[in-house]
Write a protein that binds this ligand. Structure first.
Ligand code: HEM
Ligand code: HEM
Length: 223
């Protein structure tokens, strides 16, 4: 696939972003599969997803370079300007998520928050199975949240189809390989955006914090 001539090869996606991404892909598929008859595994997969999503949100503020929300979340004007040119058959050169893609990233994270947030409280129809906090709400509330849990999964599926469709659109129409960089972290760009990584202690703090919250929720906040 085309790369800008005479460009510089940079580290675009850091390890945490890539690991979170591909673990989310695997665990969401697993959560889907396990949601019918393996609710114990479904809950464990859900706790891992809670940790990953919380960490990714933290990393959007505390991480460096292209991981930071401030580096890719843009206002309506920038989004409209980018959307107006989206059909052009040129190689995409945004260092990180483009202004339109940023909306999809935020939407995916928001729907995932709803998915795991409702999962914590859901109760099944015969009140036999539920999330770890389901005993803190009434049966009717737990059932209503179960319906939202199901609806938000439909929304998540739609967003993922759109997301993968967009990545394929870039690959086929714009001859821009976005998948390679999400695997290797490396990307060739016309100029070096001069991204700086975050110190290791911030990574460690985020991992510990996200894991601790996920663990506490898995215990139903009972210690
Ligand atoms: C359950 C399915 C998926 C979810 C929830 C998901 C979610 C996300 C999220 C949240 C990001 C933003 C990454 C970040 O900044 O941390 C992202 C980026 C990305 N994803 Fe996925 N993804 C899924 C499946 C896939 C699949 C199957 C592919 C490969 C075909 C893919 C390819 C990519 C690529 C290439 C990017 C970077 C896009 C860019 O350069 O702006 N994703 N995804
Ligand atoms: C991204 C993460 C998740 C996904 C994709 C997901 C998806 C699903 C789906 C598709 C169902 C079946 C809905 C139906 O047809 O009735 C379901 C049910 C359920 N989920 Fe999740 N879920 C996630 C996270 C969680 C979490 C974190 C918990 C709790 C720890 C949880 C607990 C449950 C329970 C108890 C049910 C059964 C409820 C019922 O029978 O109505 N889920 N989930």
């Amino acid at each position: 696939m085309a790369e800008p001539a005479g460009g510089v090869r940079i580290k675009l996606w850091d390890g945490p972003v890539r690991i979170v991404h591909w673990l989310l892909v695997i665990l969401i598929a697993f959560s889907w599969w396990s949601s019918e008859d393996h609710l114990n595994w479904h809950r464990w997969s859900g706790y891992a997803i809670i940790g990953l999503v919380l960490f990714r949100i933290y990393w959007g503020f505390a991480g460096g370079g292209a991981a930071r929300f401030a580096s890719f979340v843009k206002g309506p004007r920038a989004i409209a300007a980018y959307a107006a040119k989206i059909g052009r058959r040129d190689v995409a050169t945004t260092p990180g998520h483009n202004p339109l893609g940023a909306i999809s990233v935020l939407a995916l994270l928001a729907v995932l928050l709803v998915q795991v947030g409702t999962g914590l409280f859901v109760v099944d129809i015969d009140a036999f199975e539920g999330g770890p906090l389901s005993d803190r709400v009434s049966y009717d509330t737990g059932r209503a949240l179960a319906q939202i849990h199901e609806l938000s999964f439909r929304a998540l599926q739609a967003l993922v189809v759109l997301h993968v469709g967009a990545v394929l659109f870039y690959a086929i129409w714009k001859r821009t390989n976005l998948i390679g960089p999400m695997i290797t972290g490396q990307r060739t760009l016309p100029t070096d955006p001069g991204f700086k990584g975050a110190p290791l202690w911030r990574l460690a703090a985020g991992v510990v914090l996200a894991a601790a919250i996920a663990w506490a929720l898995s215990k139903g906040l009972r210690f």
